[in-house]
Design a protein around this ligand. Structure first.
Ligand SMILES: NC(=O)c1ccc[n+]([C@@H]2O[C@H](COP(=O)([O-])OP(=O)(O)OC[C@H]3O[C@@H](n4cnc5c(N)ncnc54)[C@H](OP(=O)(O)O)[C@@H]3O)[C@@H](O)[C@H]2O)c1
Length: 244
């Protein structure tokens, strides 16, 4: 992909302080896009912003708090005058067996991973119509297959895929492209305390995932990718089983 292919475009990235969101901030900036970074930990966002090749803006906040989407989009347009790409990378990954999936737990996961995605997209939509922009939904392999103790997270990501398919239809008339990507295991802090080091070494690298997703954003607009699934060549966990 050509360096500078996204020059003149502005991307708003949730979850930009770590993992896949931070990797995307770097690779989108490397292609020339200006970046608005958001998440709750402003120190982490500033660290990433300082490493970027282009102009950027840090806007801290909890994406699930009412008013945050308006503040994010408002600041983006105020600073850069346009909005071309919304990357939904913020996510809460917590596992609980069904017996412990109480309503509070369910609501928190669905609030962050699904309702907030809809709210931010709704607020951004008019600007995406103007720019004939793109929405990138960072979903999960958990939307496509069952993993134990994962009811709430799987529902949130399955819901994200469904929302993406609806938006694909609504966006078509306005030239808005929806990119839905379902990554499997990627070695980010999301796995801290949840996977042993050996297993993590077998996961996808966030930098590689960020590069790939940036390629999708920068790709020819005559291509629709549908729901894309990406994974490491071998299951990081099953190799752990075999090694025992
Ligand atoms: N890593 C994997 O194996 C994997 C696989 C499939 C899908 N995914 C998805 O990929 C996305 C990125 O995850 P990651 O792997 O890069 O993990 P990560 O480093 O933990 O990133 C998640 C990000 O979401 C932000 N976030 C969480 N709750 C938030 C809230 N209420 N408001 C605003 N920001 C919030 C966090 O920042 P703050 O804590 O600073 O707010 C963090 O930067 C997630 O949606 C995840 O579900 C990851």
């Amino acid at each position: 992909m050509l360096e500078g292919a996204l020059h003149g475009q502005v991307a708003l990235i949730t979850g930009a302080g770590s993992g896949i969101g931070a990797a995307m901030a770097r690779s989108l900036a490397d292609r020339g896009a200006e970046i608005v970074l958001t998440g709750r930990r402003e120190d982490r966002l500033r660290e990433v912003a300082e490493s970027l090749a282009t102009a950027s803006e840090v806007v801290g906040g909890d994406i699930s708090v009412p008013g945050t989407p308006e503040r994010l989009v408002g600041r983006t347009v105020e600073r850069f005058g346009r909005l071309d790409v919304v990357v939904h990378a913020a996510g809460l990954f917590q596992k609980r067996p069904i017996e412990d999936t109480d309503d509070d737990f369910w609501h928190r996961i669905l609030e962050v991973n699904l309702r907030s995605v809809v709210s931010l997209t709704r607020v951004a939509w008019e600007h995406l119509r103007e720019s004939r922009g793109q929405v990138l939904l960072v979903s999960s392999a958990a939307a496509l297959r069952g993993f134990a103790d994962n009811t709430a997270y799987a529902a949130s990501k399955g819901g994200m895929n469904a929302v993406g398919e609806v938006l694909r239809e609504e966006g078509r008339a306005h030239g808005i492209r929806i990119l839905t990507v379902c990554p499997a295991q990627t070695d980010t802090e999301l796995w801290d305390g949840k996977a042993p080091e050996l297993v993590r070494t077998r996961m996808m690298r966030p930098s590689g995932v960020g590069e790939l997703l940036t390629d999708l954003v920068a790709s020819d607009r005559s291509i629709d990718f549908g729901i894309l699934s990406i994974q490491p060549p071998t299951d990081p966990w099953s190799e752990e089983d075999q090694a025992r």
